[in-house]
Design a protein. Sequence first.
Length: 522
Amino acid sequence: MIKLKGIILRLNWECQFCIVSIKLDYNDSAWKSLATIITYISELLTTSQEECGADRVVKMVADIANFLPALMTAQKSRDLCCVADVIENDVISCIGRIGEDVVGINQGTLAVGRMLFEYNKVGDVVLSYQEDDGLHSLTGRLHPFMDAVQYFYEYREAFKTNYALAGGCMIYDALAIMRLQLDTKVYIIEENKDVIKALKELFDIEDYISSGRITFVSENALKEVAEFIRRQALLVKPSSIISAASEELKYAYSQYRMIQLSHKEEGYLLYKNYHENCIESEWKHISENENAFWGKKVYFVAGGPSLGKCFDLLRDRDKDETSILCVGTSAGKLLKEFINPDFVIISDPLPTMEKQLAQPFDYDKTSLIYACSAYGGAVKKFAGEKYVVFQKDFDMAENVAKQHGLPLHETGGSVSTLALDILLNSGAKEIICLGLDLAYTGNQMHVSGGDDINDADENVKMEMVRSVDGDCVPTVQNLNSYRKWIEKRMQRYQGDIKVINLSDGAFIEGMENVPTECANSI
């Protein structure tokens, strides 16, 4: 029944495609898809008479007869809402019964390393991954093709004809692209050649491969990923990070996905804030303040738990030879300790930035550094000197920086990573990071008094990493990803600025790591 199984699978996928097209208001695609569905139903009935016994054919015909009149009526009346209802409630469930009861699709499980391939009741191959803490789904178990179609509708770009997919786990996304965009080419980055072999055996993709529309990339994967990121052609899902064959790929995928999600979820705010900060308002770039950090010892103040042990160091500093740059979340705490930061930095596009800057600053002493897409309302209300910076991977920022010959900064996903990148390019003599724990030191999330809720949530998944004192300290995924970003940034740093991590939190490769008990020695 190989031919019949293929028809059932194609019919199932076409139904899923049609539903998504209707829901997203792609009406022309939906009507064409409906015509294809009816053709597949006809092929299903014809082929079943060739490959099935009479009792199975009778059962199949009776099942199809329950929904076909309603589907034809909806087509005739041009009622797409009704079409969607019939397909979603009746047709797909009928296909499931045919696949399970009539054809009897059940072909067991294939394990390739930690990746598992198994069939659902209509013959879709669903993927999962065995990790130490349990089994993780890499695709949906019921309608993986529908999930992929919806995902690509969300992320596709009008004039892009090449995409790279992060891992063989995105095979359904490749098939969705084949269905949605004629002549578009897809590169599937998969280091495990056994996984590639399994995908070629389990999915009908031979024609796409021979025509050059699907290509597997297994050699020099990290280099290829970097190139696709540069071209902004890479698509990444959480499953890509889970199933990546190497730690380097996991890290690259997680960092790029962070940027991808930021632009997707906050895209409107990024452009709105840029307009308010750089078009509606006059701006000055941080490079115009030549004395900000040049030749100075700069204390970079983050908000980690270890900061509480460093206030005396900040009070006793030589104010003429040093500068303090603090993140917005730490500003209020410094002021309560009667420490005036020279600069406070914000980068978040959300309105919560107003609360961070709603502090009794001495505006003669404290200036603001803000990413061009930081929340415009907060920037506008700040009454002191203000300096903008432009970030990489944001098209408006890249355009204006190029126009004015200004540098672009890597954001790394957080305000602390952005601040560090700025300081590494500032001409400072020395950078001393305070409160850059990147861990839940002492089971605390922030410096005491820096936030209303401070105890680490015991239900949050944590991992242990090396601490500054040589022991271990608990951290969470996002903080650990920032640590890894900083370490890679330090590896690429070619300057001679001395960088110290004064903390009881996570050990950061590339910095001089000093526990807070030795603060007086630096």
